[in-house]
Design a protein around this ligand. Structure first.
Ligand code: NAD
Length: 324
């Protein structure tokens, strides 16, 4: 499908990832981009520049209501299914999280089928691996959930349901569907809902106030941080390709420890404040391993995607945005 001249809907259009997808769609020459959101988590405060573009419309809509999607999907060539509850909002409201992430995605596929939408790109997560054993993690790794906290397990399970519905609609109804399993996404317009991206933004907030950043354990816990512009580009490339019924890791393949994150924030801000090692009571945590390696071979071979933004550059961009 060509992006230039196409009409697209971005559910969760005012989100961190949705707003970057919209930005890149406009740059690629899309003729119309509808940002569909129910404003439950996001706000339009940070996307004024998008709303100024005459090709963009803001649609108040809820993915748990099929009728609202039927109207919004009329004439759309493709849908980026990004609206969803991350682990933290999921933990606060698990019933609604299940409804939004699982039934909401069913509604999206059903509306896509009825409205003749050609392709749906679903925002999945590496949470579908749960708490994986060490070693290279490719898309065939099973879900290992018995060592995880309930919110993380439930979140990952809803993403497995979403992916599976996508495959079902691809096989049975010809709605092309690709699921992208993002690692920890961060970048400009960062929010406080991402359990592992919080380590970056909270370290920055504290260092900016001259306080010591707080990290749990000994700081050796690692995550794979992928910049939001790379994630948005993966979405566009997946939409543009002929691939269907597939899932892909969208990660960097590199692990960064919490200690290294604090070091980078210190480097970028010109500060030199050592972290304090302390558990935060009641904090929701997902994986705490000191080894994590995602394979990104499958997506490279299928659609030619590879990450471009290093963690050092990505954090510098986030901090520049935050200061601005
Ligand atoms: N941020 C990450 O690190 C990360 C990692 C893996 C997967 N994901 C997935 O990517 C997607 C987007 O993540 P994000 O960080 O941009 O999220 P976000 O929290 O910034 O945005 C989610 C958006 O969905 C909207 N929304 C919630 N319920 C809705 C409903 N019923 N109808 C319509 N809109 C609704 C919210 O208002 C919000 O704007 C989510 O599905 C998430 O699970 C994110």
């Amino acid at each position: 499908m060509t992006l230039k001249g196409g009409r697209f809907v971005v559910t969760g259009g005012i989100s961190l990832i949705g707003s970057h997808v919209a930005e890149q769609l406009l740059a690629a020459g899309a003729s119309h981009v509808a940002l569909l959101d129910n404003f439950s988590l996001g706000s339009t405060e940070m996307i004024g520049h998008l709303l100024d573009d005459p090709r963009v419309t803001l649609v108040r809509g809820d993915i748990t209501r099929l009728n609202e999607l039927m109207d919004a999907f009329e004439g759309a060539a493709g849908v980026f299914a990004i609206a969803g509850f991350l682990t933290l909002p999921f933990s606060a409201n698990p019933g609604l999280g299940i409804e939004v992430n699982a039934l909401g995605h069913f509604n999206i596929l059903e509306a896509a089928r009825h409205r003749g939408v050609k392709k749906v790109v679903f925002s999945s997560s590496v949470a579908t691996y749960g708490d994986p054993e060490p070693g290279l993690i490719d898309e065939t790794r099973p879900y290992r959930f018995h060592t995880m906290s309930p919110p993380g397990v439930l979140y990952g399970a809803t993403k497995i349901i979403g992916e599976t519905l996508g495959r079902l609609y691809s096989d049975r109804h010809g709605v092309r569907s690709v699921s992208l399993r993002y690692a920890t996404v961060y970048g400009e317009r960062q929010h406080y809902r991402g359990v592992n991206a919080l380590y970056i933004i909270e370290a920055y907030d504290r260092i900016a106030r001259g306080e010591a950043p707080v990290i749990p354990g000994d700081g050796s816990e690692v995550h794979d941080y992928v910049h939001v512009s790379d994630v948005a580009r993966a979405n566009l490339m997946a939409m543009d390709s002929d691939v269907t019924g597939e899932v892909f890791n969208v990660a960097t393949g590199k692990a960064t420890s919490l200690n290294r994150l604090v070091e980078i924030v210190n480097e970028v801000t010109g500060a030199n404040i050592a972290p304090v090692y302390q558990e935060t009571a009641g904090a929701v945590r997902v994986t705490t391993s000191s080894e994590l390696t995602f394979s990104i071979d499958k997506i490279a071979k299928a659609i030619g995607w590879a990450p471009e933004v290093s963690i050092e550059e990505g954090i510098a961009r986030l901090i520049a945005w935050r200061r601005g």
